[in-house]
Design a protein around this ligand. Structure first.
Ligand code: ATP
Ligand code: MG
Length: 529
């Protein structure tokens, strides 16, 4: 106690007892005390809202506490002032009980000496301060316990919940009042499977034996989503080394897991891409080697045996050379086309196209390059007005589908090429009776470098359809296939048409001024794109 004067609140209805107490205080040195006396509890409580007191001396037998324990009443209203109670001898048990709760000390009336009073006041103030600090620190800890985004709980060594924070409840379930005193494995999340519960019981037993346990768990959270938890159980020991409590901690690491999975996926894609690229290089080299060896052989034969060869044989070797060169050219074109489309450099540049003529010419070209065993039957239905399509992309789509139909019909046969042009869309259908495509391979054929499992020795890089798909996408169209192994395959491409823009382009094209024509044309095309 320092030398500054202490403010004492005395609540005592008996005036002579109050006077006696003030006199006792006076004996201790008048300058140290400032006593404010109230006969009624309610007046004293009111005074506390206006002035600050260091301690209260409270008589237990006050008339206005209306049956309520005056200590309880005072403490509820003014919790921060240390209380020393003044009690009768026969109330000592009650006084002791009070000291265990909100009262700092007690004095037995009739036995109050100056020294006892001084000690009670000093002790009361000191104990009050310590309790206040304890309460504050407990409050801080509790605040942290409740506010942390980590799930936390305190268990008995048997796994019974003593305390659990809100984060843990949000994650694992139930209201706090329902789960205090219950085993941890009865919370909703653990309840989902008996396997989980058994596992939790077993690690609780391990921790109760003094082991620290930490695991990553995939659990049902209360809102029925699966979450990843970094879960740990730590034993808390007393000074003898006995495990007295278990500390449960859990971090929701679902985000981290998701990020890890994404990195793994990206890494896997990168690995697949690298693998594809190296496959591609070996595939392309292989595809070049075949026609090159055809050329080499033909050239050698022509060089060495030129004079012995008949005209027919000579022209056969020249034809072989030309076919091989064409194959290499086609392959080169395809690779270049693919690299442009892969770099996003393919442009959609529509022009007005006479579809029937365009498809008929294409059929003739492909028929020329096909063997005698194959026959392409072309038919056109619908409107014969020009349509707005990208000529290069469309040529690529149809050439590829038609040459696939030829290539994958090694026995030969009829290839039906139907075109149906309507007001708002055009449909191309190419049907062959070739080797067909196994069902399990059909969904991956539009991806780069994928080939069906039944191609055997038929050459190919698996690039064509992936570029076809991109060209169809650039037209905002759709492509689908139907196929049966050994029966044949039908590819269908459906492209939407913008009638309005076709009409505007027709008008522009009929305009006589060339400059206006080109200006309007550019503007219309930009609008269509
Ligand atoms: P290329 O790049 O030279 O075209 P490719 O023909 O193997 O090689 P795609 O055109 O992309 O590649 O076709 C992919 C795969 O789809 C083929 O390898 C083949 O397995 C299958 N396929 C495509 N069209 C047909 C068809 N008409 N009949 C049977 N299988 C087909
Ligand atoms: Mg192909």
């Amino acid at each position: 106690m320092n030398n500054a004067s202490l403010r004492i609140l005395l609540i005592q209805d008996n005036l002579s007892e109050a006077k006696l107490l003030q006199q006792t205080l006076w004996h201790l040195g008048k300058q140290k005390w400032q006593v404010v006396h109230f006969e009624q509890l309610s007046d004293a409580i009111n005074a506390c809202s206006k002035s600050i007191f260091d301690i209260v001396l409270l008589d237990l037998s006050l008339p206005d506490s209306e049956g309520l324990n005056p200590v309880e009443k005072f403490y509820t209203e003014v919790p921060n002032i240390p209380i020393v109670i003044l009690t009768e001898l026969d109330d000592e048990d009650f006084a002791l009980q009070g000291v265990a709760n909100s009262v700092q000390d007690y004095l037995l009336k009739g036995q109050i000496t100056p020294n006892l009073l001084r000690r009670a006041i000093r002790y009361g103030i000191e104990r009050g301060q310590i309790l206040k600090q304890l309460r504050e620190s407990e409050h801080r800890l509790h605040f942290m316990f409740e506010q942390t985004f980590q799930s936390m709980a305190l268990l008995t060594p048997e796994g019974i919940i003593l305390e659990i924070n809100q984060t843990a409840l949000n994650l694992w379930g139930r209201q706090q009042q329902n789960c205090i005193g219950k085993p941890l494995w009865e919370l909703e999340s653990w309840n989902f499977s008996s396997e989980n519960q058994e596992w939790l019981k077993s690690i609780i037993a391990k921790t109760a034996d003094g082991e620290f346990v930490r695991h990553e768990l995939h659990l049902h959270s209360t809102n029925d989503v699966m979450v990843w938890i970094d879960f740990s159980l730590k034993p808390l020991k007393d000074e003898t080394g006995k495990v007295v409590r278990l500390i449960v901690q859990g971090w929701d690491i679902s985000e981290q897991k998701r990020a890890e999975a994404e990195i793994m996926k990206a890494w896997e894609q990168e690995r697949e891409l690298n693998e594809m690229k190296s496959n591609f290089v070996s595939m392309v080299s292989h595809e070049f080697r075949n026609p090159m060896s055809v050329i080499r052989t033909a050239v050698e034969l022509l060089e060495l045996y030129n004079h012995q060869l008949s005209d027919q044989q000579r022209s056969k070797y020249f034809r072989n050379i030309q076919t091989a060169i064409r194959q290499m050219q086609q392959l080169l074109d395809e690779v270049l086309f693919w690299s442009r489309s892969d770099a996003g450099k393919l442009q959609y540049e529509p022009i007005l196209l006479n579809l029937e003529n365009f498809c008929s010419e294409l059929t003739q070209t492909l028929q020329l390059s096909a063997t005698q065993k194959h026959q392409i039957i072309f038919s056109f239905q619908g409107k014969d007005t020009p349509v707005l399509l990208d000529e290069n992309l469309l040529r690529y789509i149809l050439t590829n589908l038609l040459s696939n139909a030829i290539k994958y019909s090694p026995q030969g046969g009829v290839i039906i090429f139907d075109v149906n042009s309507q007001d708002d869309n055009v449909t191309f259908q190419i049907q062959d009776s070739g080797i067909g495509i196994p069902l399990k391979d059909q969904h991956i054929l539009f991806e780069t470098f994928h080939r069906a499992s039944n191609v055997g020795n038929i050459p190919g890089t698996g690039l064509g359809l992936s570029i076809v798909k991109r060209c169809v996408d650039l037209h905002q169209g759709q492509i689908y296939l139907e196929s049966q192994v050994g029966i044949g395959t039908t590819f269908t491409v459906k492209i939407p048409l913008s009638d309005h823009s076709v009409q505007s382009l027709e008008l522009i094209e009929s305009s006589s001024d060339l400059q206006t024509q080109s200006l309007l044309r550019d503007r219309t095309l930009r609008a269509i794109r």
